[in-house]
Design a protein around this ligand. Structure first.
Ligand code: CAO
Length: 480
């Protein structure tokens, strides 16, 4: 016989009366343990409340806009009789805002933290979200507050914001139009979706259809950047909608922010990795005996550490006052991982202290956890430099976006066979041929280093890539 089980809000740290901003299930849905039920939004972070049981949703006890605290009833599930008794409810899952750029992104379904902190040291992910998460959400909050203080709308609610449902607020946020700047036409001074659309049209003009937003989402409002007018593509032929993944929704604004704030330059270079590839090929059997795969990326990670040691500016962050650099004396590297939900950038820690086989195993399991959405906020923060490797897929070069507040990111493209001249300088007369010289086929790895030009000069960047190329062309240097 089926049993009914109540799912309540778990420990969410010091927060209470937190608003439900999204309902993620409906009665009749069959859900698994850890599936998110609702999203709640505190002043500091958005969290998903996961289910502590598997079963069928028979009743939803909250709706969007409700305020909940620890212990509030969220839903009632019908669970199979044989189901194990509910354990302590899993911690609410903060949705860490992805560090900007190719940046680290919280997975759609962050698994609950694996370590169980002791009571005295317990820091719930809500009370103390990962730095990137708290930074981004606080920043969002601050701008909201600044806007609300300038609001013309006379009917603020208790938070100081005009009345508007979470849906309307999110819609306005996505279009880059503060709710506070929107004339409300709903009952009791509520801002409606149509009010936001009208405000967008007023503000940006453009070719919009009646009822359609006039600007693309994420318009850089207030930065003097003219928005791209929305032109409804359905006017020209059939269209269909494809929702953005949750990761894309979080990473988009972070990428945009990094792109707008960081003056980017990309330095392209090449490393002759012929010897390295021979070295790697000769160790393939050894690697598979150890249950790992040796990809070129692992050797690049080790080489990057050497180059970063010699060029500390590349592992720094600009201070908030922008008058000094905070140079990180650790070698945690962000590694961009492609998942079906979008790009995430987990961090491999202490790369300087790990051997290539150990790194291979760690990268393999980290990429797997990323693809299974099992990364925790801790996995996504703390890098001093990021590598984005597209080499397994293809490409000749690209311009990665700096993972701010880091100041540089290295992109890798596919190795190519290129001719290298062996002989005297072509400036000398070699046309007579004979033993003057010859071309030799070499395996070349394309490097693309994007950097924050406020911190890194062009000369430094090319010194860095030149050094990196030199290390990679002589694998013995990796051993020294
Ligand atoms: N040139 C040629 N071949 C390469 C290569 C390169 N630069 N880099 C890797 N390869 C090969 C590997 O050797 C492997 O070949 P075999 O299967 O024959 O051994 C194959 O390509 C696949 O490699 P991989 O991608 O599984 O392994 P990796 O260690 O190179 O990368 C990871 C791991 C997790 C970084 C990668 O899988 C990934 O997700 N890359 C995408 C990152 C991304 O999307 N960046 C975009 C940022 S901008 O939006």
């Amino acid at each position: 016989m089926a049993e009914r089980r109540e799912i309540r809000v778990p420990d969410i740290g010091d927060f209470s009366q937190v608003e439900v901003v999204e309902i993620l299930v409906k009665p009749g849905d069959r859900i698994a343990i850890d599936d998110p039920l609702v999203s709640i939004e505190s002043e500091k972070a958005t969290m998903e409340i996961p289910s502590s049981s598997a079963g069928v949703v028979v009743e939803l006890s909250v709706k969007e806009g409700d305020k909940v605290s620890q212990g509030s009833l969220i839903a009632v599930l019908e669970v199979a009789e044989a189901a194990a008794p509910t354990e302590a409810p899993p911690a609410a899952k903060p949705e860490p805002a992805r560090p900007a750029s190719t940046p680290a992104v919280a997975p759609e379904k962050t698994s609950k933290p694996t370590a169980t902190p002791t009571a005295s040291t317990a820091v719930s992910p809500v009370a103390s979200p990962a730095p990137a998460a708290s930074f981004q959400s606080i920043e969002l909050d601050r701008s909201t507050r600044q806007i609300s203080s300038a609001a013309a709308n006379p009917v603020p609610d208790q938070t100081g914001l005009p009345h508007a449902s979470p849906l309307v607020r999110r819609f306005a946020r996505e279009l880059g139009v503060p709710v506070a700047e929107t004339q409300a036409s709903g009952p009791h001074g509520r801002v409606l979706i149509d009010d936001v659309k009208r405000r967008v049209r007023e503000r940006f003009g453009g070719e919009s259809e009646p009822g359609a937003p006039a600007a693309t989402s994420g318009a850089a409002v207030g930065m003097g950047i003219p928005p791209v007018p929305f032109v409804d593509p359905a006017r020209f032929g059939p269209v269909h909608e494809q929702p953005l993944s949750r990761i894309q929704k979080v990473s988009g604004p972070a990428l945009h922010r990094s792109w707008l704030n960081v003056p980017h330059v990309t330095q392209h270079d090449e490393a002759d990795i012929t010897e390295l590839e021979r070295f790697r090929r000769d160790r393939k059997d050894l690697a598979s005996a150890k249950g790992v795969k040796l990809s070129p990326l692992l050797f690049v990670m080790k080489a990057v550490v050497i180059a970063l040691r010699e060029h500390p500016t590349l592992r720094s962050t600009l201070s908030p006052e922008r008058d000094r650099l905070l140079v990180k004396d650790y070698f945690h590297l962000g590694i961009a991982v492609d998942t079906d939900q979008g790009l995430v950038v987990p961090v491999v820690r202490d790369v300087d202290r790990k051997g290539v086989f150990e790194l291979a195993a760690e990268l393999q399991s980290t990429a797997e956890r990323a693809r299974n959405r099992k990364l925790t906020p801790d996995d996504l923060t703390g890098a001093c430099f990021t590598i984005s490797s597209l080499g397994g897929i293809g490409g000749t070069a690209f311009s990665p976006i700096v993972n701010a507040p880091e100041v540089a990111i290295l992109g890798l493209s596919k190795t190519q066979v290129k001719p290298a001249w062996r002989g005297p300088s072509p400036v000398d007369d070699v046309s007579e041929g004979s033993a003057a010289g010859h071309f030799e086929p070499r395996l070349v790895l394309p490097l693309s280093l994007s950097y924050d030009h406020r911190v890194v000069d062009g000369a430094l960047a090319v010194r860095f890539t030149t050094r990196l190329a030199a290390i990679l062309s002589d694998p013995m240097q990796l051993l020294l």
